[in-house]
Design a protein around this ligand. Structure first.
Ligand SMILES: Cc1cc2nc3c(=O)[nH]c(=O)nc-3n(C[C@H](O)[C@H](O)[C@H](O)COP(=O)(O)OP(=O)(O)OC[C@H]3O[C@@H](n4cnc5c(N)ncnc54)[C@H](O)[C@@H]3O)c2cc1C
Length: 398
């Protein structure tokens, strides 16, 4: 028996992270098994470690997938904003989000794909995509074997960097490359005093153009890490910088493992689809440019793209198919892309806040009772501490 059910598919989805899993599941449901949909990943999507701090907004996630306590590590009811001199503002809300066990979450999504009639293989590397008449050849390897599959449409959900769709002549204009990738690193560590219901965020020049974090995991372990701006030059490795940060502030900590990854957050106007190839998730750079959250964003993008692919199949002419490909970007921009574009502009302003200004704002806020430390007040305290920001921000507030 052949490894794959077929050599010819309507859609092959490359990558089974949140974007690919959601796209596959949505497409399977929308086409009710009438289309051959294949989801491929080079590894099992629930295999630890997943390079992520795993924080999401519970309400936004719940709109896309029913939240199941079996894959939630815990709920967050507060955020500490910690300034360079360690003044702490606290934002409190019943629902600040939750911390996922992404391995379990991916398992639930993969089960959803199977129920929706999608064929899945989580040990297949997609090596190359080649544009051919009426579709795409997909060269894959698995267990020492090589095979070429064919699909009318492809969804590239292979994560940041977009290696699969680079240097393909007909995709000129939609490729994104490395230009928007920001480096991030985190450790799973024990022995760091923290609140199980709070996440803690660190701002200032210690994390140039980015921020640091401590996210609780199980009450004992934490995820401690940081993201930096894409152009920042460190005199040392990210790993070393994280170890130094931990040693300086948490000398009692035991680091169990360190992981790194790239975050793709450069919202652009590049099309999301061309010639029957659609991009979703990090491959389409849909991460929130300021918070760097990408899980819910990838799920949403996967869903939007799958709906477009399903319409693409119903289109009767090449012109209609091209319109649907163009619509993928429009739908994404209407859903979140426009707000990401504004945040991208605000990011430059945010990056210009000095340590002194962060300290001033956080010191003032820390004198207020918790119920008065609203996000609104936090935002305006930072502005107040840095009046020149108001002038700089006028362009994106319009
Ligand atoms: C350190 C770090 C911390 C983060 N923390 C958060 C957070 O707290 N909250 C949040 O919302 N977001 C966070 N993010 C961002 C989030 O992880 C991503 O935005 C999200 O995972 C993107 O989903 P995706 O499906 O597009 O890509 P991915 O999750 O990267 O999935 C891509 C999949 O494609 C597979 N693949 C790649 N190439 C191939 C190939 N050639 N053949 C077969 N399979 C392939 C990979 O194995 C992978 O499973 C963080 C990112 C990093 C790096």
């Amino acid at each position: 028996m052949s490894f794959f059910h077929s050599k010819v598919y309507d859609t092959v989805i490359c990558g089974a992270g949140p974007a690919g899993l959601m796209a596959a599941c949505t497409l399977g449901k929308l086409t009710s098994g009438a289309r051959r949909v294949l989801l491929l990943d080079k590894k099992e999507p629930w295999k630890e470690p997943i390079f992520c701090a795993e924080a999401v907004s519970t309400s936004r996630l719940g709109k896309l997938w029913p939240v199941d306590p079996s894959w939630v590590r815990g709920s967050i009811s507060g955020i500490y904003f910690t300034s360079p001199s360690r003044y702490r503002a606290e934002f409190y809300s019943e629902d600040c989000g939750c911390l996922l066990n992404r391995a379990g979450f991916h398992h639930a999504l993969a089960d959803g794909c199977t129920s929706a009639g999608v064929e899945t293989h989580f040990d297949v590397l997609v090596k190359k995509l080649t544009r051919v008449e009426d579709g795409w050849n997909i060269d894959v390897t698995f267990g020492g074997n090589e095979e070429t599959l064919f699909a009318k449409t492809v969804i590239d959900a292979s994560g940041p960097g977009c290696r699969l769709t680079r240097d393909i002549e007909c995709l000129k204009g939609i490729e994104s490359g490395d230009t928007d990738l920001e480096p991030a690193v985190f450790a799973v560590a024990e022995g760091i005093e923290h609140s199980r219901e709070h996440i803690e965020l660190f701002f200032g020049s210690e994390f140039p153009n980015g921020y640091g974090w401590i996210f609780p995991r199980d009450g004992v372990e934490v995820n401690i890490g940081f993201v930096l701006g894409k152009d920042v030059k460190l005199g040392t490795s990210l790993r070393q910088k994280l170890q130094d940060f931990i040693a300086k502030h948490y000398p009692e900590a035991t680091v169990k493992a360190i992981y790194g990854g790239m975050i793709a957050c450069g919202q652009s106007d590049r099309p999301l689809a061309k010639c029957g190839l659609f991009k979703a998730g990090d491959a389409a750079s849909v991460v929130n440019p300021i918070s760097r959250s990408g899980i819910v964003e990838s799920l949403l993008c996967g869903k939007i793209v799958a709906a477009c692919v399903s319409e693409w199949f119903k289109a009767e002419s090449e012109a209609d198919r091209e319109k649907i490909e163009a619509m993928a970007l429009t739908r994404w921009m209407d859903a979140l892309g426009k707000s990401h574009r504004q945040l991208s502009r605000a990011k430059n302003v945010f990056n210009s806040i000095s340590d002194k200004q962060f300290d001033r704002a956080a010191r003032y806020l820390s004198t207020l009772p918790r119920e008065k430390q609203t996000l609104f007040r936090i935002f305006f305290s930072v502005l107040w501490a840095c009046p020149s920001l108001i002038w700089k921000m006028r362009s994106f507030l319009h």
